[in-house]
Write a protein of this length. Structure first.
Length: 602
């Protein structure tokens, strides 16, 4: 044991002597370790926050500003079952913009030092056991957009300095023990009862409860509650949390059982699907062979019916064209509709290899992926048969919107973001071998009649290489989606897909193409443009004017995610599973009612 310690420390000394200091953590990294030391991390989610790491920017829950200084930009650790307190060292992270520690079991006070983080935009401490009051100089946080302290055991008066927070869009102090008069000044005058619910001793105009009788006597006595008096109430909130945690644990267990059941079902289904793969050969004329392969045998037509339809496709059936060729709409005699893609590109390797690869792509099934039904080789062309998606591509809906088409509101866009994340996470993390899409962009997000998004063209980029065409597609509209390292090396990875997904999120928020002329003129793409506007706190200029139903909470989450996904450094981008987890936690659950309420208001 002792030997080990001696060995380690001499190693450390050697490292410090022989290596430049760039290998050691910066002051922000050290501050994070101090913060970790006062957390009670029973689930070991902070296991990779290690003293001897070169950088803290890849630690769980941490993202940094771009640049060499590695300043911490956000701490995202909601729902992590963290106990303990927030260390005053938080004040050292002076460039912190987002602190999300909601739904943990933290206690102690909100440290006054937090007001040293003057760039803070979003503070989520909801659903913990924080005690004491709100730091009185919270009004120093002049960029603060979102302040959610609901469901804690905070008490005392509401500091009037909150009124100075002119950017504040969401204030939630509900379900605490605040007392006294709510100052009716500045931005504090703009919030109503819903921001202060469940604080029995609060009074003021916002909660429609006068603080004084007409004779001038106080209705609510100045706060004189002793700590003993507060205990039972606190207990009951602990008890409620116990019940809730119990219920959630049971539900979690049930979910695990259902998932493992589905998993085994899925496996046997995949095996069966592989067996059902059928191949039909039809000799048309000697020499040139026509070949139809249907995947899963789920095209309920005879091969001659299909081939006849395919042969009859011509210009009037064209619905689009892109980098790989022309897309047709094919309507069968029973009105079953399909999309047929005629491939002009040559493919790498032999027909056999190509067909085996296609077979793999055809076996991939997910609600958020476009289903490939079959492949046909005609004497003159090669055709891929897909499900037809009635609402067409996101690109058309966002950018080519003619009057008859419906506008995409904010909740549609959230649904599209979430579904696309699910589809892409499936390709990256559930398929084996994993599939890098290579061409995530809005024209490859197709929508069905329920606005459910389906990702198309996955895996094709690898299958259909064309030295010349590659360059032209890049110019033809994919350019703005490509990660810097992909542009440089031409090597696509999961992290370059994540970058493209981040650009897609920005496209959903801004309603602009990634290479809109208005910012290309200033030498920027959408990533640079949004970052420039956000730096000046011009949120209202970022958001598409067509989504008036955008709420500040989900907007903040999407922008935060987009910013992390489009990080210039691929290693600092989250994985699609992490992206999906955040979206599911923050956009859909845990309070679906909250999500839907915010939309039914409009
Ligand atoms: N399965 C489909 N259902 C409906 N429309 C489709 C389908 N596949 C493609 N399209 C339409 O055809 C267009 C061209 O598709 P594609 O050849 O993949 O090129 P790109 O993705 O570069 O636009 C798409 O933008 C879309 O509008
Ligand atoms: C950490 O939490 C666990 C379980 O919640 C508890 O048993 C333990 O005493 C806590 N440790 C500290 C140091 O607070
Ligand atoms: C507050 O931030 C400054 C940098 O802006 C830093 O030098 C100082 O140590 C911080 N104070 C505390 C109490 O963390
Ligand atoms: C923050 O607030 C404190 C106390 O209200 C004040 O002394 C200090 O100057 C403020 N700092 C800034 C940067 O506004
Ligand atoms: C405030 O928070 C509570 C509980 O966390 C939630 O039920 C309520 O909907 C929130 N109110 C607003 C206006 O966001
Ligand atoms: Mg496409």
């Amino acid at each position: 044991m002792e030997m080990g310690i001696v060995g380690w420390s001499s190693l450390v000394i050697m490292l410090t002597v022989f290596c430049p200091s760039s290998l050691a953590l910066t002051l922000d990294g050290l501050a994070l370790l101090e913060i970790k030391s006062t957390f009670n991390d029973t689930k070991n989610v902070l296991g990779n926050w290690q003293e001897f790491d070169e950088t803290h920017c890849a630690w769980t829950g941490i993202s940094c500003h771009s640049g060499d200084e590695q300043r911490v930009r956000s701490i995202n650790l909601p729902y992590m079952q963290l106990g303990g307190i927030i260390s005053p060292s938080i004040g050292k992270l002076s460039r912190l913009q987002r602190l999300a520690l909601h739904q943990n079991s933290l206690h102690g006070t909100i440290p006054n030092e937090l007001t040293n983080c003057t760039e803070l935009r979003a503070l989520y401490l909801r659903g913990n056991f924080f005690q004491g009051g709100i730091p009185s100089n919270i009004g120093n946080l002049s960029y603060l957009n979102i302040l959610d302290l609901s469901s804690n055991t905070l008490k005392g008066a509401i500091p009037s300095s909150i009124g100075r927070l002119s950017h504040l869009q969401i204030l939630n102090l509900s379900t605490n023990f605040f007392s006294g008069e709510i100052p009716d000044i500045g931005v504090l005058s703009t919030f109503d009862k819903s921001s202060f619910n469940g604080n029995l001793d609060l009074c003021g105009r916002q909660v429609q409860k006068p603080c004084r009788t007409s004779l001038g006597f106080p209705v609510v006595l100045p706060h004189a509650e002793s700590d003993e008096a507060a205990v039972p109430a606190k207990r009951s909130s602990h008890y409620m949390k116990g019940v809730l945690i119990g219920a959630m644990a049971t539900m979690g267990l049930a979910l695990v059982m259902i998932l493992s059941f589905l998993w085994t079902r899925l496996l046997s289904k995949k095996e069966r699907a592989a067996k059902r793969y059928t191949e039909v050969k039809k000799q048309v004329d000697p020499g040139a062979s026509t070949k139809l392969i249907t995947f899963h045998g789920d095209l309920p037509y005879t091969s001659s019916e299909i081939i006849e339809k395919l042969e009859s496709l011509d210009e009037e059936h064209i619905i689009g064209s892109g980098g790989y060729g022309t897309v047709y709409r094919m309507v069968m005699n029973d009105c079953g509709t399909f999309a047929v893609k005629r491939i002009d590109r040559s493919c790498e390797g032999s027909d056999q290899v190509f067909e085996r690869e296609l077979e793999i792509l055809g076996s991939i099934k997910h609600i958020n992926l476009v289903n490939m039904r079959g492949y046909c080789r005609l004497p003159s062309s090669r055709l891929l048969i897909y499900d037809y998606l009635a609402l067409g591509s996101l690109d058309d809906l966002l950018h080519e919107n003619t009057q008859q088409r419906r506008l995409l509101n904010w909740s549609d866009r959230l649904k599209i973001a979430l579904g696309s994340a699910r589809g892409l996470a499936y390709l990256h993390h559930e398929c084996s071998p994993e599939i890098v899409h290579r061409d995530i962009k809005s024209s490859n997000i197709l929508l069905d009649e329920n606005m459910e998004p389906h990702i198309s063209d996955f895996g094709l980029g690898k299958l259909l290489v064309d030295e010349e065409a590659h360059v032209t597609t890049v110019v033809a509209g994919t350019f703005g989606y490509l990660a810097p390292e992909y542009l440089q090396s031409g090597r696509a990875t999961e992290k370059s897909d994540v970058y493209s997904f981040g650009v897609l999120l920005l496209e959903l928020v801004t309603g602009k193409r990634p290479t809109d002329p208005s910012f290309v003129k200033r030498g920027l793409n959408v990533v640079g443009w949004v970052n420039t506007l956000l730096r000046d706190n011009r949120l209202e200029d970022v958001v598409d004017k067509r989504c008036s139903d955008a709420d500040a909470g989900t907007l903040e989450v999407i922008l935060e995610l987009a910013e992390r996904c489009t990080d210039g450094n691929a290693d600092d981008r989250p994985s699609m599973n992490q992206v999906l987890q955040l979206l599911e936690q923050e956009v859909m659950s845990p309070c679906p009612s909250e999500f839907y309420e915010s939309h039914s208001d409009h």
